[in-house]
Design a protein around this ligand. Structure first.
Ligand SMILES: [Ca+2]
Ligand SMILES: [Ca+2]
Length: 210
């Protein structure tokens, strides 16, 4: 008898303990798709065709680089937004950087495997009146990085030339990465480092703009 009471007591105690412990509810937050804000099917076009404001000069990030990147005669700014680096070789999320612009019309440029860098206004390299943008991505360790050159065409950022290999020696020597080829219309001179050449000599080649 005594044993039964004890058992009952014990079982009710464990029951109350068990019911008193509410399981943690984990609410699944809807994850936004990067780069596609408001593209869901239920998204209402709240303000139709309202021109989006430019980023005012006072709110530009430090180090923003100016240029006329669409050749419309007015200046805009570009800057790099880097991912958060949480460890020596790790980013919070993807190691992707974005070039963003003061002109809201411009889409951002996505650069994967890039944890930093400063965009450069390279001037007008293809003679269409707009300034081109160069980017040397930062990475954790490598001295070898491709150099990227972007041009704005038909509402999109496109490569002006194929990305080309550069070694940090070339940047320390301050070799100009790209400039107009004065001897050939529609061509640019690209300074790159040959990965097969163990002397890391900077080479120059003339290539047509894309
Ligand atoms: Ca412009
Ligand atoms: Ca141009």
């Amino acid at each position: 008898m005594k044993q039964t009471v004890l058992l009952l007591l014990a079982s009710s105690l464990s029951l109350s303990l068990w019911t008193g412990c509410q399981p943690q509810t984990t609410a699944d937050k809807p994850t936004a798709t990067p780069g596609k804000p408001g593209s869901g099917p239920n998204e209402r076009a709240a303000v139709p065709s309202q021109p989006r404001p430019q980023v005012p000069a006072s709110k530009l990030p430090k180090g923003a680089v100016k240029g006329d990147f669409d050749g419309d005669g007015t200046t805009e700014y570009v800057w790099l937004v880097a991912p958060e680096v949480v460890d020596e070789m790790e980013c919070k999320g993807e190691c992707t950087s974005y070039l963003r612009f003061s002109k809201a019309l411009f889409p951002a440029i996505t650069r994967e495997n890039c944890i930093g860098g400063v965009p450069t206004n390279l001037g007008d390299l293809n003679g269409d009146g707009s300034d081109e943008i160069g980017l040397l991505p930062d990475w954790f360790t490598s001295c070898w990085m491709n150099y990227f050159v972007y041009t704005y065409r038909a509402g999109q950022w496109q490569p002006l030339v194929e990305p080309f290999a550069t070694h940090c020696n070339q940047w320390e020597a301050e070799a100009k990465p790209i400039e107009i080829d004065p001897s050939k219309k529609g061509f640019v001179l690209v300074r790159y480092t040959d990965m097969d050449d163990t002397t890391f000599a900077v080479k120059t080649k003339s290539v047509p703009v894309l």
